[in-house]
Ligand binder design. Structure first.
Ligand code: GDP
Ligand code: MG
Length: 751
């Protein structure tokens, strides 16, 4: 199979093109450095299937960053037949800098001139034919986002590999031209692959190159010295300069800029930035946007209309009607809640029908229990949260794709630095709200190893989609059962708690066990643009698919297991409603005391072990926590009259609250514990792979310790307010200890 590599600057649209060509749904962000590993797919619309490899974005082929090393090694391997070089047309000169280096490889190449839709909008023009003539490689104008001309591009690419290429350099006539030519001959004689590329790198005194050809390096050095006439030459700077000079003199003339600069997007971007990245208002604006997002996803009282307008309730239809149930809570429901209610209505109806069907067929009590409570109860209590997860995810995608999140990273860099990490950590953190696994992988863009490890550790604290059902069901349960607070405020503050704990942990780690300065953060800001609808939908579909798959595989299996363990005793006797005598109950009771300081241990009544068991199943998948409630509540429910109109998940939590007598602080501690403790299997495996085996046990310990400590604090302060004094003094003593430790460590460092 033919294989092409996509190479280009960060944010030039490589992944968007990759997705357009292969129909895959890889993560696209208006954010440099999103793709940190190479990714492969297949283009199937041509005469024969063609392999496509998406590489991390790079500005050059030097070996300075992990991205550069990955891309360079791959481009130099003989795995590919050709290169598709993506050039962002709105940034022509800067993008061509990489192109001039790719030309030196001597590999067939086509240039995909991307973002031509933006170019058109700005009114700028590129003389493509002139550009093509001067570069000597085919150029195809495309828009990866809209899918314009991408098939044409592939046709040209398959055409291009039919002619063999030798490397060409734009540095021929520069000061170092003859040194490069000599080095090329020497390397060619040695039989080196892509000799011209290596020759240029040798002249540049590139570390990797000098190491692999030490003798030639010496000869080149001597040659340059001899020609320089005693002058000191910084060859790297000289070469970079020569490239830019060549580009501006030869290619800039192919670009005609529109006159009316103040009407183009760039200046619109600048205007928006005056407000959005304002020195003082920037971060408060971000927090408000974040709250608005949560409000639109979780609130049952949009804009607090229900509280502001007293007669609001009367307009919203009959109590108990379907419309009221779906659209109106305490006021107007948010889009997230509306979708949630609609799906919930459906899943509970399906559950009822299944129950009636089975009973009609005369099935045994245990079978009905397994199917309706065990399996469907568990799965549906998780599935009903899918709409809200998708809505939240949609908002995040929009913020990211528009280019706003990249700015937030910049604003936060100032603050992050105080906590010992750079603004680069922000992207993985935000991805963590979706899922910890890709987020942990994304930390590879961070140059400093210790900084990176510390970030991997705190990523699970940015509560992922799978943890959302825990938050929502319990927040819903608290609101319903105790009649206080708004669900969106509880959720928002629990998310905030996670973030605060993450930042404090970073601060402590970076000042004790993982001491170090934050690495510098340099990134080019992308201009704002409208997110592509198709792109967003692909993203959401991907998320939904993953979630549903998980629900019907891992969660289904766990539900069946939990159901069996909770319905049978050690002697394999069916215990039915006497769940207290089940296997699960005895296991739960064994670990229950461990949670006593957190408020959901021994102090609860005889059914209190369910919380311990739920936390345990969360280690498999976090959705399992609520799914377990769903399964167990089915058994406990028999003795309860729960008012009909409640949502799935919330209903189960209410059963749990009532039967165990758990308090609000303990419920909050329960959320905190599940949010901060060891994440699911998949995340644990990823963290292990990213951090390395040896240090991993400390990471596990860190998660257990942090979750236990914070949850105990949440519970004790909530239950006995005066304990806040004790916690405050512990915090002060810890701070003093750390400061003293650092003074000592600094002194040692100096000697
Ligand atoms: P990568 O870093 O090179 O992989 O770039 P991405 O594929 O992640 O894209 C960066 C940003 O540019 C995203 O916000 C894309 O939606 C946007 N983008 C990519 N191609 C185009 C295009 O042809 N036109 C426009 N207007 N935007 C694009
Ligand atoms: Mg990418």
């Amino acid at each position: 199979m033919l294989k092409f590599a996509l190479a280009g600057n960060p944010n030039s649209g490589k992944t968007t093109l990759f997705n357009a060509l292969t129909g895959s749904t890889a993560h696209v962000g208006n954010w440099p450095g999103v793709t940190v590993d190479k990714r492969e797919g297949t283009y199937k619309k041509g005469a024969e299937p063609i392999g496509i490899v998406d590489l991390p974005g790079i500005y050059s082929l030097s070996p300075y960053t992990p991205e550069e090393v990955i891309s360079r090694n791959f481009l130099l391997s003989d795995e590919i037949n050709g290169i598709i070089n993506i050039v962002d047309a709105t940034n022509l000169e800067r993008n061509l800098y990489l192109t001039t280096q790719l030309m030196e490889l001597g590999v067939p190449m086509v240039i995909a001139l991307n973002m031509t839709d933006v170019l058109d909008k700005q009114g700028d023009k590129i003389d493509v034919r002139a550009l093509e003539r001067r570069i000597g490689y085919p150029v195809v104008e495309i828009s990866a986002l809209k899918g314009t001309n991408v098939d044409d591009l592939m046709e040209k690419a398959t055409e291009a590999i039919k002619t063999k290429r030798v490397g060409e350099t734009v540095l021929k006539d520069s000061l170092l031209g003859s040194a490069i030519a000599n080095a090329e001959i020497a390397l060619k004689l040695k039989g080196v692959y892509a000799p011209l590329f290596h020759a240029v790198k040798l002249v540049e005194k590139d570390e990797i190159e000098v190491k692999s050809h030490p003798e030639e390096a010496k000869a080149v050095e001597a040659f340059i010295q001899a020609n320089a006439g005693g002058r000191e030459i910084d060859t790297e700077a000289e070469i970079a300069d020569a490239r830019y000079k060549y580009i501006t003199s030869r290619f800039s003339t192919t670009l005609t800029r529109a006159r009316k600069l103040d009407y183009n997007e760039l200046s619109k971007s600048n205007k928006a930035d005056k407000v959005l990245t304002h020195k003082w208002f920037g971060i408060p604006i971000f927090l408000i946007i974040l709250f608005a997002v949560f409000h639109l996803t979780f609130s049952e009282n949009v804009l607090y209309l229900g509280s502001i307008i007293p007669s609001f309730g009367e307009w919203c239809g009959q109590e108990g009607s379907v419309a009221k149930g779906i659209f109106f809570g305490d006021g107007l429901n948010s889009p997230g809640v509306i979708l949630f209610n609609a799906l919930d209505l459906l899943t509970s109806k399906i559950g009822e029908w299944m129950g009636m069907g089975l009973e009609g067929l005369g099935a045994h009590e245990a079978v009905v229990g397994l199917v309706c409570d065990g399996v469907w109860g568990g799965i549906s209590s998780v599935l009903s949260f899918l709409p809200q997860i998708l809505v939240l995810f949609l908002f995040f995608s929009i913020l990211e794709d528009s280019g706003y999140m990249a700015r937030v990273a910049f604003m936060l860099d100032r603050i992050f630095r105080r906590f010992g990490v750079s603004g680069r950590a922000f992207m993985p953190m935000i991805m963590g709200f979706g899922c910890s696994v890709p987020a942990m992988i994304n930390t590879r863009t961070m140059a400093d190893q210790k900084e990176r490890e510390a970030t991997v550790r705190v990523i699970p604290f940015f509560s992922c989609g799978a943890k959302m059902p825990i938050l929502l069901a319990i927040a819903g349960g608290i609101v319903e059962k105790f009649g206080i607070g708004n669900a969106d405020i509880i959720t928002y503050s629990m998310y905030l708690l996670g973030m605060v704990v993450a930042m404090l942990s970073l601060l402590i780690m970076r000042n004790t066990t993982m001491r170090g300065e934050a690495s510098p953060f340099i990134m080019e800001l992308p201009i704002y643009h409208m997110p592509g609808f198709k792109n967003l939908m692909l993203h959401l579909w991907d998320k939904a698919k993953h979630f549903i798959q998980k629900a019907f595989t891992i969660i289904l299996v766990s539900c069946v297991i939990v159901w069996f363990l909770s319905n049978f005793g050690w002697a394999w006797n069916y215990v039915g409603e006497n769940m207290d005598q089940s296997i699960l109950a005895s296991i739960g009771k064994l670990i229950q005391p461990f949670f006593t300081p957190l408020g959901f241990g021994s102090q609860l009544s005889s059914t209190g072990w369910v919380f311990a068991v739920a936390a345990l199943t969360g280690l498999i998948a976090k959705e399992d926590v609520i799914a377990t409630f769903g399964t167990l509540a089915g058994c406990l429910m028999a003795g309860f009259e729960v008012s009909g109109a409640l949502e799935e998940g919330v209903e189960e939590v209410i059963v749990m609250i009532t039967s165990t007598g758990i308090s609000i602080p303990a419920l909050l501690a329960f959320i905190a514990f599940n949010m901060l403790t060891i994440p699911c299997f998949a995340a644990v495996a990823t963290a292990k792979a990213e951090i390395g085996k040896g240090k991993f046990k400390w990471t596990l310990l860190f998660w257990i310790f942090t979750s236990y400590l914070v949850s105990t604090m949440v519970y004790t302060i909530g239950e006995f307010w005066w304990t806040s004094f004790i916690w405050a003094s512990v915090a002060i003593i810890t701070t003093i200890a750390i400061v003293l430790y650092n003074k000592k460590a600094d002194k040692k460092g100096k000697v």
